[in-house]
Design a protein around this ligand. Sequence first.
Ligand SMILES: Cc1cc2nc3c(=O)[nH]c(=O)nc-3n(C[C@H](O)[C@H](O)[C@H](O)COP(=O)(O)OP(=O)(O)OC[C@H]3O[C@@H](n4cnc5c(N)ncnc54)[C@H](O)[C@@H]3O)c2cc1C
Length: 425
Amino acid sequence: MSRRVFVVGAGVAGLAAAVEAQRRGARVVLHEAAPHAGGRCRSFFDAKLGVTLDNGNHLLLSGNQSTMAYLRAIGATGTLIGPTQPEYPFFDVATGDAWTVRMSPGRLPRWIFDAETRVPGTQPADYLPYLPLFWAKPGRTIEESVRREDRVWSLLVRPLLRAMLNADPSEASAELAAGLLRETVAQGGQACRPLIARSGLSHAFVEPALRLLQYGGAEIRLGSRVAGIGVSGTDSKERVSSLAFEGAAEPVTLGTGDGVVLAVPPDAARRLVPDLTAPDASRAIMTVHFAVDAPTGFQPLTCVVNGMSDWIFAADGRLSVTLASAGRWLATPHEELAQAVWLETAKAVRMPAVPTPPWQVVAEEHATFAAVPSQEGLRAATRTRWHNFTLAGDWTATGLPATIEGAIRSGQKAADALLNPSMER
Ligand SMILES: Cc1cc2nc3c(=O)[nH]c(=O)nc-3n(C[C@H](O)[C@H](O)[C@H](O)COP(=O)(O)OP(=O)(O)OC[C@H]3O[C@@H](n4cnc5c(N)ncnc54)[C@H](O)[C@@H]3O)c2cc1C
């Protein structure tokens, strides 16, 4: 009989682990505490607006290789859309200026040498001082690594890194920025095409994975919270031997060949594995969804600078605005926040400032672990001291900030490590 792999947590890390384990012939049992899968990357029906919304705008890049492999594996490659070229429209709330940065496809950054494709008012030499970011050292913030006050910084580097790391460059880890940049910008424009989920996050990342798992015979248990992990054996023979569930009288006993991938957020992982080190600080993201059509020709994704917002995503009948590193807005009444965000969104999309269209605010207080230097050393490795128990999640040591790409890669690696115990530790 094939071995069982228990995957705990059905966010994208857990789903990727489950898909990989099933692909390798394991019998998968997936436990998710919430009544739905997807974790921090999901869609839900919003009764106020009467539409399905994403919990937040998610930007992917064409260079996110683990994500692309996952989408191929679950048969969902067509669910992401984006421009055929690496283009980024910008809007400056302070000046009302709009421009588009058009990266060149190859590794040579030719776009920097063309006034039509680089940031307006900059020269090629202005980009050179940012090169050290690609090799940034641990323990330093982005601002400590490249301290500049020029247009490349304020209109390109600062806003993009702030949105992608969900932390202001004054506190954000330069090492994590380097990890991100090496996999995308350093690979050339073809790795930097922006992609978004055409019909919502669940349609792209969650539903096809659940269908594939079910088709392959996996047991999917939603509303099933793991409350404890039992260990037996001594020394090198020690292994995880049972899982206890909230509300269940008896724990589930694991057979000798069975294994567990724990793919829960860091606070939940720490509760289940008491001596685990894991990030203990997080940053919020708020999303304001407006039920309104963008004017014809408005791009699906626009970067906003010098305002409250960071991104505007446009979809059918909806404009959704991201506020990154949004801790300071969490206490603001949602009505007030929606009106303030609409004022700058209306400017960007060139629509009337009043009335504010019907809106919904989604606040994710613990959207990402804090991508700051003090958290770097707290990220856990995939393998643990128990050979049949591995860790996954965006907060594990992926070298990337909290992203779908990091989460999916961690899940694939955790399943791999479990089913390949001979792999080097
Ligand atoms: C608003 C927002 C915007 C974002 N924007 C982007 C973006 O633009 N690009 C990008 O790449 N990333 C973005 N991210 C980050 C991305 O969503 C996450 O990195 C990713 O979804 C994390 O996946 P995960 O599986 O590691 O964790 P999670 O999604 O948190 O999944 C963990 C799962 O474990 C479950 N669980 C917890 N405890 C237990 C238990 N005891 N038993 C069973 N199950 C349990 C939880 O319910 C959850 O479903 C954003 C995140 C948010 C919130």
